[in-house]
Write a protein that binds this ligand. Structure first.
Ligand SMILES: Nc1nc2c(ncn2[C@@H]2O[C@H](COP(=O)(O)OP(=O)(O)OP(=O)(O)O)[C@@H](O)[C@H]2O)c(=O)[nH]1
Length: 253
């Protein structure tokens, strides 16, 4: 999902909840690379990748959507008492190929995988097929980073939709153990704390990896341009568009 951004305004229109959320951008150029945590959120369509990011960064849930084209968000956060520059890359969805072995994965996503230091692999507990994309997705990440530790968490989102559950918790836990990461069940819709704990855990893992010997090793391979993302101008343009259409419809009433 891609969101309209850059205004502190909350708007509601009809049945849809249209929340315009400011997510501040910070320059990261002056930052010690070891204090620059880069995370990418990956998963199948509609699992809540954008909702998770927005929940983590703004504590809010938004409910109006547009297919995600891959926004990059920057924040300063405090990790273990230290200021760290955090970048979170949202991505378009990945999908399994017909043989269910390989993945349809846009080049833009490959660049993001290469660029990132930590990985949120997200599925929806209400969508078994989204769970089935995780293993091939992890293999794909592994092909791009064949050596070293890969800080990763597995997130089973939409835990508020218990009646529609298709993936039992123990399957999530088992898969996470196989991938070497922690498992979190979250509801971006209903609960900030769960989402926050999940992202914070990953940030800490990345921060440790960057600070340690392994981090130094990986850093050598990670000096490349940050992935393309819609820039703030584009997001501002969209925000203005949305705002003016809301004003027009309000005037018409
Ligand atoms: N009930 C419920 N709905 C959620 C939750 N998280 C996201 N959604 C809804 O799921 C839909 C998809 O959310 P997105 O954040 O756009 O998902 P995405 O993975 O970014 O989707 P793509 O752009 O297709 O890749 C939206 O209708 C959200 O409102 C959740 O925790 N619970």
């Amino acid at each position: 999902m891609r969101l309209p951004i850059d205004s502190p305004t909350t708007m509601t229109s009809g049945s849809s909840n249209f929340l315009l959320v400011p997510i501040p951008e910070y320059p990261v150029l002056d930052c010690d690379p070891n204090k620059n945590v880069k995370i990418v959120v990956l998963g199948a369509s509609n699992v809540g990748k954008t909702a998770l990011i927005v929940r983590f960064l703004t504590k809010r849930f938004i409910g109006d959507y547009e297919a995600n084209t891959g926004a990059l968000y920057s924040r300063k956060i405090t990790l273990d008492g230290e200021q760290v520059s955090l970048q979170v890359q949202d991505t378009p969805c990945v999908a399994l190929q017909d043989d269910a072995e390989g993945l349809y994965c846009q080049e833009q996503i490959n660049r993001s995988i290469y660029w990132a230091d930590g990985y949120v692999l997200a599925f929806s507990i209400t969508d078994l097929s989204s769970y089935h994309t995780i293993q091939p997705l992890y293999q794909h990440v592994r092909r791009i980073h064949p050596t070293g530790n890969i800080p990763v968490i597995l997130v089973g989102n939409k835990s508020d939709l218990l009646r529609a559950r298709q993936v039992p918790s123990h399957e999530g836990e088992a898969l996470a153990a196989e991938l070497g990461g922690a498992y979190f069940e979250t509801s971006a819709r209903e609960n900030h704390e769960g989402v926050h704990s999940a992202f914070l855990h990953l940030c800490q893992e990345v921060s440790r990896a960057l600070g340690g010997g392994n981090g130094e090793k990986r850093k050598g391979g990670l000096h490349l341009a940050r992935p393309k993302s819609p820039n703030m101008q584009e997001l501002k343009r969209r925000f203005r568009q949305v705002l003016s259409s809301k004003v027009k419809s309000a005037t018409a009433l």
